[in-house]
Design a protein around this ligand. Structure first.
Ligand code: 4AD
Ligand code: MG
Length: 479
């Protein structure tokens, strides 16, 4: 029976008294034909197995190689060596699965690069870095449910396949069962989607928000947490074609309530990781510090990872309007010295270089930017009195840029219809969405937090491909 095994994390915290234990895991290293370091993914710390000379025959010794899987029966004793409290004195060493050292691609001796590890993403979980990242990712996912559950929000599963483009940006992956080579055609030569599986053209969702709004109109407060898909051709360290998003939607919330919730939520997640993943965070902090030693002085972060997280927890996010943000940029030394590549003027969509200037150089902390020009935002955002801006809010984080996008929603039917017409969004197809504005409409708000960007922020990793198990990006869908 396998279930008698004790996880290594638990073993390392157990008082040793010579009790019999069973350990299973993968070999990380084997020294002097005697000391086997074993890891089972419960922690980055390995347990040391000591096989007294003579216990292992020649054949077994040959088979104890990096990443072979083993079952060890032995007794838990105080460690003779430095660095750990306990070790296991083996009585039986069984090889569960061999790993040919000539063929195993992950040799840990010379630290493999993150780029190389991406090519062997199926094995990279077995490194300390990815062990730490994915335990933290798990922890944050759990904390998301805990946070909203404790506030009485209802978790909604919004559809993955939809016929609408929630963001109106047209960056959708089509879902179809029609033959790509010979699809049925209409008389005018266009594809006849009436013959498609759903009898219409469908796509993978870019956001669960619109369906979330429907549910918020009954439960008051809901959230979604699921995969979303965007066919935007952005090959950057911040964009994925498949990413996870958390989208709370709340009736009876205005823009300020919305910002307050978003700030509280982000801080809760950071606190949760600090309280529950300390060891992994410390490992990643050290990793980051070492990585930064390679960089020139002015490219290094001013704070270590833990320090940065503490700082975010202990300070209010800066709150400014879009108009103020543009003024700051126009008056910045960077602008005057023509350091920005993209244009700065009222009305432009801020580029990542502008967002990063605001958070990293100017305020040096997370910033919430509100009241954007309506022409650069989605149709559903509530129009402000000035007729030019909408009640939008984006949260920008140091090292990340935009981490949250949200708004108060346009709850006034006439204004919403007018805006949809201006933006060429077909109202007939959105009858169900508009019904919420017909039957008991209320002021309401919501936002979307990009989960991978949040994981990036907490782990201090710098490429989004390294915080999702199997990244989907332009020209890449391996595994
Ligand atoms: O700003 P976005 O596009 O907002 C929405 O989708 C709204 N429907 C949210 C809402 O109000 N309910 O996306 C929200 C967040 C961004 O701030 C960013 O963190 C993340 O989702 N995001 C991405 N993350 C990784 N890869 C991409 N391609 C992303 N696009 C957006
Ligand atoms: Mg956005």
């Amino acid at each position: 029976m396998f279930n008698k095994r004790v996880k290594i994390k638990e073993l390392l915290a157990t008082e040793p008294s010579g009790q019999e234990v069973i350990v299973m895991g993968w070999v990380r290293s084997f020294r002097n034909n005697q000391f086997i370091s074993v890891n089972d993914g419960s922690t980055n710390n390995n347990i040391q197995i000591v096989a007294e000379l003579g216990l292992l025959d020649e054949e077994t010794i040959k088979r104890i190689t990096t990443s072979a899987s083993v079952k060890i029966t032995g007794t838990l004793i105080p460690s003779q060596g430095k660095g750990q409290k306990v070790e296991v004195k083996a009585s039986v060493v069984e090889i569960l699965g061999d790993s040919d050292p000539e063929k195993y691609p992950l040799q840990l001796k010379n630290r493999p690069s993150l780029e190389f590890l991406r090519e062997i993403a199926h094995l990279r979980f077995r490194t300390n870095t990815f062990g730490a990242v994915f335990r933290i990712r798990h922890s944050l996912a759990y904390a998301i449910h805990k946070f909203y559950h404790e506030k009485g929000f209802v978790y909604m599963h919004t559809p993955i396949i939809t016929a609408s483009d929630a963001e109106g940006a047209g960056e959708m992956f089509r879902v179809t069962t029609l033959s790509p080579d010979n699809p049925p055609k209409n008389d005018d030569g266009s594809v006849n989607y009436k013959e498609d599986f759903f009898g219409r053209s469908t796509n993978l969702t870019v956001s669960g928000q619109l369906e979330g709004e429907l549910a918020a109109m009954a439960f008051s407060e809901i959230y979604t947490f699921g995969p979303t898909f965007r066919a935007e051709n952005s090959n950057t360290a911040r964009h994925l074609a498949e990413f996870w998003m958390i989208e709370p939607e709340m009736a009876f919330y205005d823009l300020e309530d919305n910002m307050n919730l978003a700030e509280e939520f982000i801080k809760y997640l950071i606190r949760f990781a600090m309280d529950n993943n300390r060891e992994d965070l410390e490992f990643l902090a050290q990793r980051l510090a070492e990585e930064e030693k390679q960089l020139p002085q002015d490219k290094r972060s001013e704070m270590g990872l833990i320090e940065k997280l503490e700082f975010v927890l202990n300070n209010n996010f800066e709150r400014i309007t879009y108009t103020e943000a543009i003024d700051i940029l126009l008056n910045s030394p960077a602008y005057k010295k023509k350091k920005f590549q993209y244009e700065v003027k009222w009305g432009v969509d801020m580029q990542s270089e502008h967002e990063r200037y605001l958070v990293e150089k100017h305020f040096k902390k997370p910033v919430i930017v509100t009241n954007y020009p309506k022409d650069i935002k989605s149709f559903y955002m509530r129009e402000n009195e000035d007729g030019k801006t909408v009640a939008a809010m984006d949260i920008l984080a140091p090292g990340i840029g935009e981490i949250v996008g949200g708004s108060q929603r346009e709850e006034r039917l006439d204004k919403l219809l007018k805006r949809m017409e201006e933006m060429h969004i077909p109202a007939e197809e959105m009858w169900w969405f508009l019904d919420t504005r017909r039957f008991g409409t209320v002021p309401h708000s919501g936002f979307g937090l990009g989960f991978e960007r949040m994981v990036l922020f907490v782990t201090g990793m710098t490429n989004i491909r390294d915080v999702i198990a199997f990244p989907r990006t332009p020209k890449s869908a391996e595994f």
